[in-house]
Design a protein around this ligand. Structure first.
Ligand code: PHE
Length: 343
């Protein structure tokens, strides 16, 4: 029996040495330490042996069982560490790409405003911002739109104070009130750009939102003419829409300018053939402009015989709408991340 134990021991250690995974290890355990293993049988039969044999074989068999168990433990530990953690390089695959960190980006409106401002900054315009909550005076009165003026209908207004009169507050319907605020503060020459939110009390649809952005512009100095207006704005259109894009320039009416004009560009969606985006006209109006009305200049204490100026105001969302073929302005402010991620 001692001979047999020796043999088992030799075989067991050889086989254990070549076991290369946990499955083989488990089979090995069943084979040498399991209930039906020869060693277990021997251990069970010890009680049937003579006292002499019992002492000898029993001690050997028990010692062997112990050493096999220890060897198994050791081997299992070795397998574990060799598989998963012999060193840092193996535990952590430093060549794997990391988890992507989501990076935010500017809203398409913000991107457009920055681009517009950059174009005008390059031409020497200064950037200002003004309040969203305005006085009637700045939004209308000082812009040559008195209380009973029919042009007030152009601007469906969100009133904040219920009494309509001289000193009442509203959400600005355009960025033009900043023309007045800046002319009150600065002496010509003035070249300014004002990006900001505007509000109109209107039903929303694909091209109208009750909150939208405008960029206002104003240049006041001696000898400013319509040629300056045209040159500046055509240059702007070329910077934003490219040299090839056709620009249309024609008369329009705004109480605070005289004469007033409107600039439209050839529809990018249909290349002037007419489509849903341009209302089948082939053109998209992007801004209103004109020579500052003498009444407005007088209102801020400038002599219209000495000074003249041009002003313009453009809708911001129109530009990305045109560029990317976005057919609904409401997408901009729904905060739908699937929309915003595209820019
Ligand atoms: N404020 C006008 C609008 O909102 C645009 C405009 C600005 C027109 C300046 C002329 C001069 O429609």
């Amino acid at each position: 029996m001692l001979e047999e134990l020796k043999e088992i021991r030799l075989k067991a250690f050889t086989e254990l040495g070549s076991a290369s995974d946990f499955k083989e290890l488990e089979q090995w355990r069943i084979r040498y330490l399991g209930k039906k293993s020869r060693l277990t049988q021997i251990l069970r039969s010890i009680s049937t042996l003579s006292i002499e044999e019992r002492r000898n074989t029993g001690a050997h068999a028990n010692a062997m069982r112990k050493s096999l168990e220890e060897a198994l433990e050791e081997k299992s530990h070795a397998l574990k560490t060799s598989h998963f953690a012999p060193s840092l390089e193996n535990r952590v695959d430093i060549t794997l790409p990391g988890y992507p960190i989501p990076i935010g980006r500017s809203h398409p409106t913000t991107q457009t405003i920055e681009e517009i401002c950059q174009v005008f900054q390059n031409m020497g315009f200064q950037i200002f911002e003004g309040p969203d909550v305005e006085w009637d005076y700045y939004n209308f009165e000082a812009l040559n739109i008195p209380a009973d003026h029919p042009a007030r209908d152009m601007f469906a207004t969100f009133w904040i104070d219920s009494n309509r009169g001289m000193k009442n507050r509203l959400l600005r319907t355009h960025t033009s009130p900043m023309q007045i605020r800046v002319m009150e503060q600065l002496k010509p020459p003035i070249r300014m750009i004002v990006p900001g939110r505007c509000y109109r009390y209107e039903a929303t649809d694909t091209t109208h939102e009750s909150m939208f952005y405008q960029v206002e512009g104003l240049a006041v100095d001696k000898n400013i003419t319509m040629a300056d207006l045209k040159g500046t704005l055509f240059d702007f259109c070329r910077c934003i829409f490219g040299d090839e894009r056709k620009v249309r320039f024609r008369c329009d009416y705004f109480p605070f300018v005289e004469p007033g004009v409107e600039i439209a560009i050839e529809c990018l969606a249909c290349h002037g053939n007419g489509c849903r985006t341009c209302g089948y006209t082939g053109w998209i109006e992007i801004l209103g402009a004109g020579m500052v009305n003498p009444n407005v200049l007088r209102g801020v204490g400038l002599d219209p015989d000495v000074y003249s100026g041009f002003a313009f105001g453009m809708g911001v969302e129109r530009i990305p709408m045109l560029r990317y073929g976005i057919d609904d302005i409401r997408l901009f402010y729904n905060n739908d991340i699937r929309f915003l991620r595209q820019f």
